[in-house]
Design a protein around this ligand. Sequence first.
Ligand SMILES: *Cc1c(COP(=O)(O)O)cnc(C)c1O
Length: 418
Amino acid sequence: MKSEDLFNDAKNYLPGGVDSPVRAFEPYPFFADKGEGSRLFDVDGNTYIDYCLAYGPLVLGHAYPPVMNAVKEQLLKGSAYGVPTENEINLAKEVVGRVPCAEMVRFVNSGTEATMSAIRLARAVTGKKKIVKFEGTYHGAHDYVLVKSGSGAVGLPDSPGVPEETTKNTILIPFNDEEATTALVEKQGDDLAAIILEPVMGNVGCIPPKKGYLEFLRDVTLENNIILIFDEVITGFRIAAGGAQEYFGVTPDLVTMGKILGGGFPMGAFAGKKELMERIAPSGDVYQAGTFNGNPISITAGFETLKHLDNKFYHESEIKGLKMRRGLEDILEDASLEYQVAGLASMFQLYFTNEPVWNYAQAKTADTDKFHKYFHTLLRRGVFIPPSQFECCFISKAHSSEDIQMSLEIMEEGIKTA
Ligand SMILES: *Cc1c(COP(=O)(O)O)cnc(C)c1O
Protein backbone atom coordinates (compact mmCIF):
# COMPACT_ATOMS: atom_id res chain seq x y z
CA MET A 1 0.00 0.00 0.00
CA LYS A 2 1.52 3.28 -1.10
CA SER A 3 -0.20 5.33 1.63
CA GLU A 4 1.18 3.04 4.31
CA ASP A 5 4.73 3.36 2.93
CA LEU A 6 4.40 7.12 2.59
CA PHE A 7 3.14 7.40 6.16
CA ASN A 8 6.04 5.35 7.48
CA ASP A 9 8.44 7.59 5.56
CA ALA A 10 6.62 10.76 6.67
CA LYS A 11 6.98 9.82 10.34
CA ASN A 12 10.75 10.23 10.01
CA TYR A 13 10.48 13.80 8.84
CA LEU A 14 7.18 15.22 10.09
CA PRO A 15 6.08 14.87 13.73
CA GLY A 16 3.53 12.06 13.72
CA GLY A 17 3.77 11.92 9.93
CA VAL A 18 1.36 14.82 9.43
CA ASP A 19 1.25 18.60 9.53
CA SER A 20 -1.86 18.90 11.70
CA PRO A 21 -2.83 16.44 14.46
CA VAL A 22 -6.37 15.45 13.39
CA ARG A 23 -5.01 14.11 10.10
CA ALA A 24 -3.24 11.19 11.77
CA PHE A 25 -5.51 8.17 12.22
CA GLU A 26 -5.00 4.45 12.80
CA PRO A 27 -3.51 2.46 11.23
CA TYR A 28 -2.38 5.12 8.73
CA PRO A 29 -4.10 7.96 6.88
CA PHE A 30 -4.60 7.64 3.14
CA PHE A 31 -2.51 10.04 1.09
CA ALA A 32 -4.38 12.24 -1.35
CA ASP A 33 -3.77 12.13 -5.06
CA LYS A 34 -6.49 14.49 -6.23
CA GLY A 35 -9.94 15.84 -5.52
CA GLU A 36 -12.83 16.44 -7.88
CA GLY A 37 -16.33 17.55 -6.91
CA SER A 38 -17.62 15.39 -4.05
CA ARG A 39 -14.81 12.86 -4.52
CA LEU A 40 -11.34 12.50 -3.05
CA PHE A 41 -8.89 10.06 -4.72
CA ASP A 42 -5.96 8.48 -2.90
CA VAL A 43 -2.57 7.31 -4.14
CA ASP A 44 -3.69 3.66 -3.83
CA GLY A 45 -6.43 4.05 -6.40
CA ASN A 46 -9.35 4.34 -3.94
CA THR A 47 -12.14 6.88 -4.31
CA TYR A 48 -14.09 8.41 -1.43
CA ILE A 49 -17.25 10.48 -1.19
CA ASP A 50 -15.79 13.25 0.96
CA TYR A 51 -17.65 14.74 3.93
CA CYS A 52 -14.48 16.06 5.54
CA LEU A 53 -13.87 18.55 2.74
CA ALA A 54 -10.56 19.70 4.17
CA TYR A 55 -12.36 20.32 7.51
CA GLY A 56 -14.74 22.84 6.05
CA PRO A 57 -13.29 25.11 3.37
CA LEU A 58 -14.44 23.20 0.27
CA VAL A 59 -18.04 24.38 0.23
CA LEU A 60 -18.22 24.03 -3.56
CA GLY A 61 -16.48 20.66 -3.56
CA HIS A 62 -12.96 19.84 -4.73
CA ALA A 63 -11.38 21.79 -7.60
CA TYR A 64 -14.51 23.76 -8.51
CA PRO A 65 -13.72 24.81 -12.09
CA PRO A 66 -14.64 28.54 -11.91
CA VAL A 67 -12.48 28.95 -8.79
CA MET A 68 -9.59 26.99 -10.29
CA ASN A 69 -9.77 29.09 -13.46
CA ALA A 70 -9.84 32.38 -11.56
CA VAL A 71 -6.80 31.24 -9.58
CA LYS A 72 -4.93 30.13 -12.73
CA GLU A 73 -5.49 33.55 -14.23
CA GLN A 74 -4.22 35.27 -11.10
CA LEU A 75 -1.24 32.89 -10.80
CA LEU A 76 0.08 33.97 -14.18
CA LYS A 77 0.21 37.53 -12.85
CA GLY A 78 2.12 36.68 -9.70
CA SER A 79 1.44 35.29 -6.26
CA ALA A 80 2.39 38.08 -3.83
CA TYR A 81 3.15 41.76 -4.21
CA GLY A 82 3.56 43.46 -0.84
CA VAL A 83 1.26 46.22 -2.08
CA PRO A 84 -2.55 46.23 -2.19
CA THR A 85 -4.74 44.83 -4.96
CA GLU A 86 -8.21 45.89 -6.09
CA ASN A 87 -9.62 42.44 -5.33
CA GLU A 88 -9.00 42.99 -1.61
CA ILE A 89 -11.55 45.82 -1.72
CA ASN A 90 -13.94 43.68 -3.78
CA LEU A 91 -13.82 40.83 -1.29
CA ALA A 92 -14.10 43.20 1.68
CA LYS A 93 -17.21 44.78 0.10
CA GLU A 94 -18.68 41.32 -0.40
CA VAL A 95 -18.05 40.42 3.25
CA VAL A 96 -19.50 43.72 4.46
CA GLY A 97 -22.53 43.24 2.21
CA ARG A 98 -23.23 39.79 3.65
CA VAL A 99 -22.19 39.75 7.28
CA PRO A 100 -24.40 41.88 9.59
CA CYS A 101 -21.69 43.00 12.06
CA ALA A 102 -19.05 43.68 9.40
CA GLU A 103 -18.32 47.26 8.37
CA MET A 104 -14.57 46.84 7.96
CA VAL A 105 -12.39 43.78 7.48
CA ARG A 106 -8.75 42.79 8.08
CA PHE A 107 -7.62 39.82 6.00
CA VAL A 108 -5.11 37.48 7.64
CA ASN A 109 -3.80 33.99 6.83
CA SER A 110 -5.71 31.63 9.09
CA GLY A 111 -8.54 31.30 11.54
CA THR A 112 -5.94 31.11 14.30
CA GLU A 113 -4.59 34.54 13.44
CA ALA A 114 -8.11 35.91 13.13
CA THR A 115 -9.16 34.93 16.67
CA MET A 116 -5.81 35.96 18.15
CA SER A 117 -6.14 39.42 16.61
CA ALA A 118 -9.82 39.84 17.44
CA ILE A 119 -9.11 39.04 21.08
CA ARG A 120 -6.26 41.56 21.13
CA LEU A 121 -8.59 44.17 19.68
CA ALA A 122 -11.31 43.38 22.26
CA ARG A 123 -8.78 43.77 25.08
CA ALA A 124 -7.57 47.06 23.64
CA VAL A 125 -11.00 48.63 23.23
CA THR A 126 -12.32 47.55 26.62
CA GLY A 127 -9.06 48.03 28.54
CA LYS A 128 -9.82 44.68 30.23
CA LYS A 129 -7.78 41.47 30.27
CA LYS A 130 -9.87 38.36 30.78
CA ILE A 131 -11.71 36.49 28.07
CA VAL A 132 -14.40 33.84 28.27
CA LYS A 133 -14.36 30.73 26.13
CA PHE A 134 -16.65 27.72 26.21
CA GLU A 135 -15.51 24.19 27.05
CA GLY A 136 -14.80 22.36 23.83
CA THR A 137 -14.78 25.26 21.41
CA TYR A 138 -11.79 25.52 19.10
CA HIS A 139 -10.49 28.91 18.07
CA GLY A 140 -7.16 27.86 16.61
CA ALA A 141 -3.88 26.77 18.16
CA HIS A 142 -2.62 29.93 19.88
CA ASP A 143 -2.02 30.41 23.60
CA TYR A 144 -5.06 32.53 24.55
CA VAL A 145 -7.53 29.85 23.53
CA LEU A 146 -5.73 26.53 23.90
CA VAL A 147 -7.64 25.66 27.04
CA LYS A 148 -10.04 22.71 27.11
CA SER A 149 -10.06 23.06 23.37
CA GLY A 150 -12.00 21.21 20.71
CA SER A 151 -10.87 19.58 17.46
CA GLY A 152 -7.69 17.48 17.76
CA ALA A 153 -7.25 18.61 21.37
CA VAL A 154 -10.46 16.97 22.66
CA GLY A 155 -9.65 14.78 25.63
CA LEU A 156 -5.99 15.84 25.76
CA PRO A 157 -4.60 17.74 28.74
CA ASP A 158 -3.95 21.40 28.00
CA SER A 159 -0.75 21.84 26.05
CA PRO A 160 2.62 22.22 27.75
CA GLY A 161 4.35 25.38 26.57
CA VAL A 162 1.34 27.58 27.18
CA PRO A 163 2.20 29.81 30.16
CA GLU A 164 -0.16 29.76 33.09
CA GLU A 165 0.06 33.57 33.06
CA THR A 166 -1.72 33.47 29.69
CA THR A 167 -4.39 30.88 30.45
CA LYS A 168 -5.32 32.36 33.81
CA ASN A 169 -6.90 35.13 31.77
CA THR A 170 -9.02 32.66 29.83
CA ILE A 171 -12.14 31.60 31.73
CA LEU A 172 -14.08 28.49 30.76
CA ILE A 173 -17.80 27.94 31.02
CA PRO A 174 -20.16 25.30 29.61
CA PHE A 175 -22.04 26.17 26.41
CA ASN A 176 -25.81 26.72 26.43
CA ASP A 177 -25.85 27.40 30.17
CA GLU A 178 -27.45 30.74 31.06
CA GLU A 179 -26.98 30.24 34.80
CA ALA A 180 -23.23 29.63 34.56
CA THR A 181 -22.86 32.61 32.26
CA THR A 182 -24.85 34.92 34.53
CA ALA A 183 -22.92 33.81 37.62
CA LEU A 184 -19.61 34.47 35.89
CA VAL A 185 -20.58 37.88 34.57
CA GLU A 186 -21.96 38.96 37.95
CA LYS A 187 -18.70 38.01 39.60
CA GLN A 188 -16.13 39.07 37.03
CA GLY A 189 -17.93 41.23 34.45
CA ASP A 190 -15.69 44.22 35.18
CA ASP A 191 -12.63 42.20 34.16
CA LEU A 192 -14.08 40.56 31.05
CA ALA A 193 -12.89 41.93 27.71
CA ALA A 194 -14.63 39.41 25.49
CA ILE A 195 -16.80 36.38 25.21
CA ILE A 196 -15.70 34.32 22.21
CA LEU A 197 -17.77 31.44 20.91
CA GLU A 198 -18.60 29.30 17.94
CA PRO A 199 -22.30 30.14 17.55
CA VAL A 200 -22.70 26.53 16.42
CA MET A 201 -19.98 24.44 18.05
CA GLY A 202 -18.26 22.60 15.22
CA ASN A 203 -15.18 21.18 16.88
CA VAL A 204 -16.76 18.66 19.25
CA GLY A 205 -19.08 17.30 16.62
CA CYS A 206 -21.89 19.74 16.00
CA ILE A 207 -23.77 21.52 18.78
CA PRO A 208 -26.30 24.22 17.97
CA PRO A 209 -27.16 26.98 20.44
CA LYS A 210 -30.33 26.49 22.51
CA LYS A 211 -33.17 28.76 21.51
CA GLY A 212 -32.54 32.21 22.99
CA TYR A 213 -28.99 31.52 24.20
CA LEU A 214 -27.25 33.73 21.61
CA GLU A 215 -29.76 36.54 22.29
CA PHE A 216 -29.03 36.15 26.00
CA LEU A 217 -25.26 36.43 25.37
CA ARG A 218 -25.85 39.53 23.28
CA ASP A 219 -27.80 41.20 26.09
CA VAL A 220 -25.35 40.26 28.84
CA THR A 221 -22.33 41.49 26.89
CA LEU A 222 -23.97 44.79 25.96
CA GLU A 223 -24.94 45.44 29.57
CA ASN A 224 -21.41 44.78 30.83
CA ASN A 225 -19.18 46.38 28.19
CA ILE A 226 -17.93 42.99 27.00
CA ILE A 227 -17.07 42.46 23.34
CA LEU A 228 -19.04 39.58 21.84
CA ILE A 229 -16.97 37.68 19.28
CA PHE A 230 -18.60 35.10 17.02
CA ASP A 231 -15.96 32.75 15.69
CA GLU A 232 -17.55 31.91 12.37
CA VAL A 233 -14.55 30.17 10.85
CA ILE A 234 -16.87 27.20 10.20
CA THR A 235 -20.35 28.75 10.07
CA GLY A 236 -19.36 31.82 8.03
CA PHE A 237 -20.75 31.61 4.46
CA ARG A 238 -21.78 28.00 5.19
CA ILE A 239 -25.09 28.09 7.05
CA ALA A 240 -26.30 31.37 5.51
CA ALA A 241 -24.91 34.11 3.25
CA GLY A 242 -24.14 36.14 6.37
CA GLY A 243 -23.24 33.19 8.59
CA ALA A 244 -24.70 32.25 11.96
CA GLN A 245 -25.41 35.87 12.82
CA GLU A 246 -27.83 36.02 9.91
CA TYR A 247 -29.15 32.50 10.53
CA PHE A 248 -29.99 33.22 14.18
CA GLY A 249 -30.55 36.97 13.88
CA VAL A 250 -28.03 37.95 16.56
CA THR A 251 -25.31 40.47 15.69
CA PRO A 252 -21.99 40.27 17.59
CA ASP A 253 -19.41 43.06 17.89
CA LEU A 254 -16.67 41.19 16.06
CA VAL A 255 -16.61 38.17 13.79
CA THR A 256 -13.73 35.90 12.85
CA MET A 257 -13.76 34.00 9.57
CA GLY A 258 -11.57 31.58 7.66
CA LYS A 259 -11.97 28.23 5.92
CA ILE A 260 -14.60 29.01 3.21
CA LEU A 261 -13.46 32.63 2.95
CA GLY A 262 -10.24 31.59 1.19
CA GLY A 263 -12.05 29.43 -1.37
CA GLY A 264 -9.79 26.47 -0.61
CA PHE A 265 -6.64 28.54 -0.05
CA PRO A 266 -5.17 29.71 3.26
CA MET A 267 -6.98 32.74 4.63
CA GLY A 268 -8.70 34.19 7.66
CA ALA A 269 -10.26 37.52 8.52
CA PHE A 270 -11.81 39.46 11.34
CA ALA A 271 -14.39 42.15 10.95
CA GLY A 272 -16.69 44.41 12.89
CA LYS A 273 -18.00 47.92 13.30
CA LYS A 274 -15.88 50.71 11.88
CA GLU A 275 -15.22 52.31 15.25
CA LEU A 276 -13.70 49.04 16.50
CA MET A 277 -11.82 48.09 13.35
CA GLU A 278 -10.29 51.53 12.98
CA ARG A 279 -8.29 50.78 16.11
CA ILE A 280 -6.26 48.33 13.97
CA ALA A 281 -2.88 49.56 12.65
CA PRO A 282 -2.15 51.53 10.57
CA SER A 283 -5.34 53.55 11.15
CA GLY A 284 -5.13 52.77 14.87
CA ASP A 285 -2.80 51.61 17.60
CA VAL A 286 -3.62 47.88 17.87
CA TYR A 287 -0.90 46.05 16.00
CA GLN A 288 -1.67 43.35 13.46
CA ALA A 289 0.43 42.52 10.40
CA GLY A 290 1.29 39.71 7.97
CA THR A 291 3.52 39.19 4.93
CA PHE A 292 0.79 37.16 3.24
CA ASN A 293 -2.23 39.11 4.56
CA GLY A 294 -4.63 39.66 1.69
CA ASN A 295 -2.64 37.29 -0.50
CA PRO A 296 -3.84 37.75 -4.10
CA ILE A 297 -4.30 34.02 -4.75
CA SER A 298 -6.43 33.43 -1.64
CA ILE A 299 -8.35 36.66 -2.17
CA THR A 300 -9.14 35.71 -5.78
CA ALA A 301 -10.25 32.21 -4.78
CA GLY A 302 -12.41 33.59 -1.97
CA PHE A 303 -14.01 36.25 -4.14
CA GLU A 304 -14.83 33.75 -6.89
CA THR A 305 -16.18 31.26 -4.33
CA LEU A 306 -18.58 33.75 -2.77
CA LYS A 307 -20.04 34.50 -6.23
CA HIS A 308 -21.38 30.93 -6.26
CA LEU A 309 -22.85 31.04 -2.75
CA ASP A 310 -26.22 32.50 -3.66
CA ASN A 311 -29.73 31.92 -2.30
CA LYS A 312 -30.18 28.84 -4.46
CA PHE A 313 -27.01 27.36 -2.98
CA TYR A 314 -28.19 27.94 0.62
CA HIS A 315 -31.62 26.53 -0.17
CA GLU A 316 -30.14 23.37 -1.69
CA SER A 317 -27.69 23.02 1.21
CA GLU A 318 -30.59 22.98 3.66
CA ILE A 319 -32.35 20.28 1.66
CA LYS A 320 -29.26 18.08 1.36
CA GLY A 321 -28.47 18.48 5.05
CA LEU A 322 -32.04 17.51 5.95
CA LYS A 323 -31.92 14.49 3.67
CA MET A 324 -28.73 13.32 5.37
CA ARG A 325 -29.94 13.92 8.94
CA ARG A 326 -33.40 12.43 8.34
CA GLY A 327 -31.79 9.46 6.62
CA LEU A 328 -29.60 8.85 9.65
CA GLU A 329 -32.57 9.22 12.00
CA ASP A 330 -34.53 6.66 9.97
CA ILE A 331 -31.63 4.20 10.14
CA LEU A 332 -31.45 4.61 13.93
CA GLU A 333 -35.18 4.18 14.30
CA ASP A 334 -35.21 1.01 12.19
CA ALA A 335 -32.38 -0.40 14.27
CA SER A 336 -34.00 0.71 17.57
CA LEU A 337 -30.93 2.73 18.48
CA GLU A 338 -31.04 6.03 20.32
CA TYR A 339 -27.87 7.76 19.18
CA GLN A 340 -27.98 11.48 18.47
CA VAL A 341 -28.13 12.98 15.00
CA ALA A 342 -26.90 16.55 15.21
CA GLY A 343 -26.46 19.44 12.84
CA LEU A 344 -28.07 22.14 10.76
CA ALA A 345 -27.81 23.40 7.19
CA SER A 346 -24.95 21.47 5.54
CA MET A 347 -23.37 20.39 8.85
CA PHE A 348 -24.01 17.02 10.50
CA GLN A 349 -22.64 14.47 12.92
CA LEU A 350 -23.78 11.24 14.51
CA TYR A 351 -23.00 10.95 18.23
CA PHE A 352 -22.77 7.43 19.61
CA THR A 353 -24.56 8.35 22.84
CA ASN A 354 -28.14 8.12 24.04
CA GLU A 355 -27.83 11.46 25.83
CA PRO A 356 -28.90 14.68 24.08
CA VAL A 357 -25.83 16.79 23.29
CA TRP A 358 -25.91 20.49 24.20
CA ASN A 359 -22.37 20.93 25.53
CA TYR A 360 -18.87 19.45 25.70
CA ALA A 361 -19.50 17.19 28.71
CA GLN A 362 -22.51 15.63 26.99
CA ALA A 363 -20.57 15.21 23.71
CA LYS A 364 -17.89 13.37 25.66
CA THR A 365 -20.38 10.70 26.71
CA ALA A 366 -20.18 9.36 23.13
CA ASP A 367 -18.65 5.92 22.66
CA THR A 368 -15.51 6.63 20.63
CA ASP A 369 -14.79 2.91 20.06
CA LYS A 370 -18.10 2.62 18.28
CA PHE A 371 -17.31 5.75 16.31
CA HIS A 372 -13.99 4.30 15.18
CA LYS A 373 -15.66 1.11 13.96
CA TYR A 374 -18.21 3.22 12.10
CA PHE A 375 -15.47 5.42 10.62
CA HIS A 376 -13.49 2.43 9.34
CA THR A 377 -16.51 0.73 7.81
CA LEU A 378 -17.26 3.95 5.96
CA LEU A 379 -13.67 4.33 4.84
CA ARG A 380 -13.52 0.75 3.56
CA ARG A 381 -16.72 1.33 1.62
CA GLY A 382 -15.56 4.64 0.10
CA VAL A 383 -17.03 7.30 2.38
CA PHE A 384 -14.61 9.66 4.11
CA ILE A 385 -15.75 11.54 7.20
CA PRO A 386 -13.39 13.27 9.65
CA PRO A 387 -11.68 10.52 11.68
CA SER A 388 -12.95 11.78 15.04
CA GLN A 389 -16.27 11.70 16.87
CA PHE A 390 -15.47 15.30 17.78
CA GLU A 391 -15.37 16.86 14.33
CA CYS A 392 -18.21 17.91 12.08
CA CYS A 393 -19.15 16.48 8.68
CA PHE A 394 -19.88 18.82 5.78
CA ILE A 395 -21.87 18.62 2.56
CA SER A 396 -20.81 20.64 -0.50
CA LYS A 397 -22.52 22.00 -3.57
CA ALA A 398 -20.94 19.11 -5.48
CA HIS A 399 -22.68 16.40 -3.44
CA SER A 400 -25.63 15.01 -5.38
CA SER A 401 -28.77 13.50 -3.95
CA GLU A 402 -27.45 10.13 -5.22
CA ASP A 403 -24.17 10.67 -3.34
CA ILE A 404 -26.14 11.17 -0.14
CA GLN A 405 -28.37 8.16 -0.79
CA MET A 406 -25.36 5.94 -1.49
CA SER A 407 -23.58 7.27 1.60
CA LEU A 408 -26.61 6.59 3.80
CA GLU A 409 -26.63 2.93 2.72
CA ILE A 410 -22.99 2.65 3.72
CA MET A 411 -23.63 4.55 6.97
CA GLU A 412 -26.40 2.11 7.80
CA GLU A 413 -23.91 -0.74 7.52
CA GLY A 414 -21.40 1.30 9.59
CA ILE A 415 -23.94 1.96 12.33
CA LYS A 416 -25.08 -1.65 12.51
CA THR A 417 -21.55 -3.02 12.73
CA ALA A 418 -20.31 -0.41 15.23
C1 LIG B 1 -10.59 25.77 12.04
C2 LIG B 1 -11.01 26.73 13.05
C3 LIG B 1 -10.17 27.76 13.52
C4 LIG B 1 -8.72 27.82 13.14
O1 LIG B 1 -8.55 28.14 11.79
P1 LIG B 1 -7.14 27.78 11.10
O2 LIG B 1 -7.27 28.37 9.74
O3 LIG B 1 -7.02 26.29 11.13
O4 LIG B 1 -6.09 28.44 11.91
C5 LIG B 1 -10.69 28.69 14.38
N1 LIG B 1 -11.97 28.64 14.77
C6 LIG B 1 -12.82 27.68 14.35
C7 LIG B 1 -14.23 27.70 14.80
C8 LIG B 1 -12.35 26.67 13.50
O5 LIG B 1 -13.18 25.70 13.13
